[in-house]
Each structure stands twice: as C-alpha cells, then as structure tokens.
Write a protein that binds this ligand. Structure first.
Ligand code: SAH
Ligand code: DHB
Ligand code: MG
Length: 222
C-alpha cells in the first residue's frame, strides 16, 4: 500500500486531464465549509462517470447518493439538451448544499434532487412508471446496495448501464466473514449481479487520492 504515491499520481493526472473548474471546485469547497464528509468521487473518477454516460448517449440518468452534488455535476455534463438526472439523497442538509452547487453549475432545470430514503424514492419512481433510465450510478449506503440493484433493474431497459462505487473496500470485499454491514452489502450485491441473467458486468479495482477501492460496471442485457 502506498497511499502517498497514489495521491501524487492522481494529482499529476488530475492536473493534466481534469484541471481546475469553477463549478466543480466551488461544489467541493461549499461541501467542505458546510461540514459534509469528503466522500465524493475523485475528479478523475467523476470524469470517468461523465465519459461513460456520454459514450453511452445517456439521456436519463439516475443517481443514488447525492452528497453535495459533486458526482451529480459531472454526470449532468454528459446530458444532451433535453436530458434529465434524478439524484436521491436521505439527508436534507446534503440535498440543500447540492441544490446550490447544482444551480451554480447551470443544471437547476435538468437535475432533480429528491430527499428521502433512496429505497422509498426508488419505489415511488417505479410506481410513477417513469421512463427507464439509461445510466444509473449507485453510491449511497453500502448496506442497501442489494436493494438498490434490484430497484435499479426495475427502472432499467436492455442497454442501461449501472455503475456502483466502493465495491472493493480496500480489499475487504474478499472476506466472507467480515462483519461490517457495508462489506456484506457489497458482497451480496456482487453475488446478485453475478447470478442475474439480466446483467453482464465486471469490477475494476482503483487506487488514488480516495484510497483503494473499485467500481462495478454492469450492462443490462435483458
Ligand atoms: N455521489 C456522491 C457521494 C455520495 S456519499 C459524490 O461522489 O459526490 C453517499 C450519500 O448517500 C450521502 O450523502 C448520504 O447521506 C447518502 N445516503 C446514505 N444513506 C442513504 C439512504 N438510505 N437513502 C438515500 N441516500 C442515502
Ligand atoms: C463512503 C461513501 C462513499 O460513497 C465513498 O465513496 C467513500 C466513503 C463512506 O460512507 O464512508
Ligand atoms: Mg462513493
């Protein structure tokens, strides 16, 4: 483990490929000054999300876990003119910080932050019979990833891409005896995804300024 080197390499890569950006920088500094935890994606990870959503031509994006809206802004940048992003957040204080950040970034009309337990908000979306989403980013409480996966699938169509953050957890993911509910949550999620004929996926381990973790990348096939 060499966190110092990972951070130095991330700083170099970010300075080249995700240089300072007024809306994103302001979103992070407002999040910090409002006391939000610094558990947003790293800039180069945010850019990966934007690129994936753009490559995929995503018009409707669903995010589970808004925090201060940092990843939300990256994802919203991928949207076409008539695109829409719904982001789900439990904590009204986080949602309020996000609302200001999203508005300043110019996405007040394309992004809808919904406050409440994400499981309930997802069930509401199912009941509202909303159009399926093209891209889903799962990044809220890890304990609930199995439920988020199930509900995200209900809100998907063949071709939907689902990305889930923090599924490696510094390697803890390989320990079936790990008592941490977050580890249990991501393990169950990965096992469900692996066994489900409706998705094809992979997991990529990552190191960098946010430590050692990983993303699951899933394609809904049926
Ligand atoms: N996607 C953000 C980081 C999200 S951090 C980014 O990268 O910028 C996880 C967020 O999920 C926190 O804001 C937390 O309040 C929220 N959260 C935790 N449990 C939740 C729940 N049950 N329903 C909805 N949101 C939840
Ligand atoms: C935590 C949550 C995240 O989404 C993340 O990227 C890192 C940490 C957390 O709850 O600690
Ligand atoms: Mg995360």
């Amino acid at each position: 483990m060499d966190q110092q080197l990972w951070k130095a390499v991330d700083d170099y890569l970010v300075s080249l490929l995700a240089p300072p950006d007024p809306s994103l920088d302001a979103a992070l500094s407002d999040s910090t000054s409002s006391g939000l935890p610094a558990i947003n994606v790293a800039p180069n990870q945010g850019k990966l999300l934007e690129l994936l959503a753009r490559i995929h031509g995503s018009r409707r994006i669903l995010e589970i876990g808004t925090l201060g809206g940092y990843s939300t802004i990256w994802l919203a940048r991928a949207l076409p003119e008539n695109g829409e992003l719904i982001s789900l957040e439990l904590d009204p204080r986080h949602a309020e910080v996000a609302r200001v950040n999203i508005e300043r970034a110019g996405f007040a009309t394309s992004v809808d932050v919904r406050i409440g337990s994400a499981v309930e908000s997802l069930r509401d979306l199912v009941n509202e019979e909303v159009e399926p989403f093209d891209f889903v980013f799962i990044d809220a409480d890890k304990e609930s990833y199995p439920e988020y996966f199930d509900l995200a699938l209900t809100l998907s169509r063949p071709g939907t891409m689902i990305v889930a953050d923090n599924v490696v957890r510094a390697g803890a993911v390989i320990d079936p005896e790990n008592p941490d509910e977050r580890v249990k949550g991501v393990r169950t999620f990965l096992e469900l995804a692996a066994a489900d004929d409706r998705v094809e996926g992979t997991v990529i381990q990552t190191v960098g300024s946010k430590g050692y973790d990983g993303f699951a990348l899933l394609l809904v096939t049926g």
